[in-house]
Design a protein around this ligand. Structure first.
Ligand code: PBG
Length: 295
């Protein structure tokens, strides 16, 4: 599954400096790019939006004119067998850069849930096959599942970012999505890297809330967590090989310090070996090409 950044504007293909080979596309250029992915054999995409304007309640996340909704409509009209997933979070849309809305000094779980449900419903209406809550608010999967089931979208899937760690490997993504928090960090709602049993509890609660697919994120530094989750759950299991995992291979390869193809294939193989059914990776297009060439 290839992550794809969609931004506002027209005729834009804007490189992400910290992620060589990754671009932000406006809605009118995204089909050309995704068409190439499809031709190479990538069967699914995960959309992230970069809105033209941000506000305190992240309203572009759930507006029907939002970039992600428009991109979903565009992609579903062009590529009928492509699976389109959409990230559901407020951090790219809020002026303060947190994953939810603020009440007093902190992020309010209760006030954020209905907004996440609203965004997920809007993406389903636009045609998304899978919605992926990544805000790490308690009860987000249940709130979204309920909203979808109540509006005859029972067949759409919820992929929970179930075990999401507070990781330094998200660095390049925050440049890509312009979503670094204006103050503080996300440690209040993401997990400590030192903890692995907590990850199982987080996955348990997503399963109870109705998740159709569960996820471990990041992937490479958390293969033990992935493998434990594989043994414990029979739901489809996704692993998100995040921006920093991509950029460190790209940067080292650019310096001639390691072989890009070999390293990227080895990492993807290890994630598969640990038990992932779905690998979300910025190497998706290259991996598809390499796998076809056979190595
Ligand atoms: C939150 C979100 C993040 C990523 C995916 N969804 C950033 C964060 O939690 O700060 C990171 C993905 C990556 O690094 O590739 N909407």
């Amino acid at each position: 599954m290839a992550p794809v950044f969609v931004r506002d504007g027209e005729r834009v293909v804007e490189p992400v400096e910290a992620m060589p080979g990754v671009n932000r596309y406006s809605v009118d250029t995204v089909s050309d790019y995704v068409g190439r992915l499809v031709d190479e054999g990538v069967r699914s995409v995960l959309l992230f939006g970069i809105p033209g304007s941000k506000d305190e309640s992240g309203s572009e996340a759930y507006s029907s004119h939002g970039v992600v909704s428009r991109a979903i409509e565009e992609l579903k009209s062009h590529f009928h067998s492509l699976v389109v997933a959409a990230d559901v979070c407020l951090c790219e849309y809020t002026s303060q850069g947190h994953c939810g809305v603020l009440d007093g000094g902190g992020v309010s779980n209760e006030m954020t849930l209905p907004l996440l449900a609203k965004a997920a419903l809007q993406y389903a209406r636009a045609g998304a096959d899978i919605v992926c809550p990544s805000a790490m608010m308690d009860g987000q999967v249940r709130a979204i599942r309920k909203a979808l089931d109540g509006s005859s979208y029972e067949e759409r899937l919820v992929m929970g970012y179930s075990a999401k760690y507070a990781s330094s490997f998200y660095g390049p993504f925050r440049e890509a999505a312009g979503s670094a928090p204006a103050f503080g960090d996300r440690k209040g709602y993401q997990m400590s890297p030192a903890n692995s049993r907590e990850a199982m509890r987080e996955i348990d609660s997503d399963v109870r809330e109705g998740a159709d697919i569960v996820m471990v994120k990041p992937a490479l530094a958390y293969l033990d967590v992935l493998s434990k989750a594989r043994e414990r759950y029979d739901l489809p299991l996704a692993a998100y090989s995040v921006s920093g995992e991509y950029s460190m291979i790209k940067a080292a390869a650019a310096k001639g310090w390691l072989d890009e193809r070999g390293a990227a294939m080895e990492v993807a193989t290890s994630i598969r070996r640990a038990g992932a059914d779905i690998i979300i990776t910025y190497f998706a297009e290259q991996l598809a090409v390499w796998l076809r060439e056979g190595r």
